[in-house]
Design a protein around this ligand. Structure first.
Ligand SMILES: NC(=O)c1ccc[n+]([C@@H]2O[C@H](COP(=O)([O-])OP(=O)(O)OC[C@H]3O[C@@H](n4cnc5c(N)ncnc54)[C@H](OP(=O)(O)O)[C@@H]3O)[C@@H](O)[C@H]2O)c1
Length: 323
């Protein structure tokens, strides 16, 4: 058997990177040695991956020398940037292009997966120009194509849809809110009949493994991952039934939603970006599964179980949220 390939996972302590690293460590350790990046190798998520066999290295996307050291020798890279770390399009773009620059100089790199998101400015007749995390990723893709064309030729962009986990992780924007009578209201700028394209971020590892397995077949392609579509009304109903709480859906206008977020302390540009993001997520097949984007669910096939919303809700720990 040949030597193992070195898979370097950025954002390895996070939702997507954590899933990719863990999947490779648990299921592909005969093929890949896994190196995970973090700014803090002592944090529990980093220690956990180390205990599973990952080499954890410290690197900061703002520091080219640390990124170059961390990516040295990589055959495969799972790359990601985190808009929500500093809520800044400019910083995310700078970091994304720094990572791409370093990756473009690696002599043994075979395949680069960049976790990205579609160009929201092109959707719905140009109605959504302010979805900052999407715009940042579009700028990074454009920069990669222009500045690092040889890297782009072996890049697959991966579009993971809205995480199921966002109801908890970003509950101020996306989760149901406790009402004075003890019930929960989900306040969003769309109808409860809208189907949000969503998936568990913990399934990122499944699709990343398929993309690396397919290799050149997926170069220069975009792949998305969405679980089975269900409406927000169905999501809320299931959630209430499983947790045994009373729920209600309240549709508000995008302007009302933005004001609602600003009332919770969101700066106006972020509240606006979030309001637009919520609307984009409900565009279904005109959005993350639009023509030309490969559907990860179909690439994986019916035998690979992507978690459903119901399965996710049943296994999640909601205690902090409910108390
Ligand atoms: N939420 C969603 O529904 C959704 C859906 C699709 C795409 N996305 C995109 O996913 C991205 C975030 O990914 P995630 O959810 O996996 O993140 P996450 O769980 O919040 O974790 C962030 C990861 O990025 C790393 N990181 C952040 N800044 C870094 C820096 N300066 N240097 C080195 N590492 C850094 C963190 O490492 P340490 O803290 O350990 O250093 C951590 O591993 C965002 O850009 C978002 O737009 C989100």
């Amino acid at each position: 058997m040949g030597a193992k390939k070195l898979l370097v996972v950025l954002g390895s302590t996070g939702a997507q990177g954590g899933s990719v690293a863990e999947y490779a460590l648990k299921h592909l350790s005969d093929k890949y040695a896994v190196r995970g990046l973090t700014r803090d190798t002592t944090k529990p998520a980093a220690q956990r991956l180390a205990s599973l066999g990952a080499e954890m290295v410290a690197a900061n996307f703002d520091d080219e020398v640390s990124v170059a050291k961390a990516l040295a020798g990589a055959n495969l890279i799972f790359g990601i940037t985190n808009f929500w770390d500093q809520y800044s399009l400019e910083i995310e773009v700078r970091q994304g292009l720094l990572i791409a620059k370093v990756a473009s100089e690696l002599p043994h790199l075979e395949h680069f997966i960049y976790s990205s998101l579609p160009d929201a400015t092109q959707l719905a007749g140009g109605r959504y120009q302010n979805v900052l995390p999407y715009n940042a990723k579009t700028n990074i893709r454009d920069g990669m194509k222009k500045l690092y064309p040889q890297l782009w030729e072996k890049t697959t962009t991966l579009f993971i849809s809205f995480y199921f986990e966002n109801w908890l992780k970003y509950s101020a924007a996306f989760g149901p809110e406790k009402q004075p009578d003890g019930s929960y209201a989900l306040i969003q700028p769309y109808k409860d009949t809208a189907a949000v394209s969503a998936v568990s971020s913990t399934d990122t590892g499944l699709i990343a493994a398929e993309i690396f397995r397919g290799g050149a077949k997926y170069f220069n392609m975009s792949v998305s991952l969405v679980a089975r579509h269900i409406t927000v009304g169905q999501m809320l109903k299931l959630w209430g039934e499983i947790l045994n709480v009373k729920t209600e859906f309240k549709e508000v206008t995008p302007a009302e939603f933005q004001a609602h977020l600003e009332g919770k302390g969101f700066p106006a540009p972020l509240a606006n970006a979030t309001a637009e993001l919520c609307q984009v997520m409900t565009l279904e097949d005109r959005y993350i599964e639009a023509e030309g984007i490969l559907r990860g669910r179909e690439l994986l096939g019916p035998d690979v179980p992507i978690q459903s919303w119901e399965e996710y809700v049943k296994k999640e720990d909601w205690s902090s949220f409910l108390n």
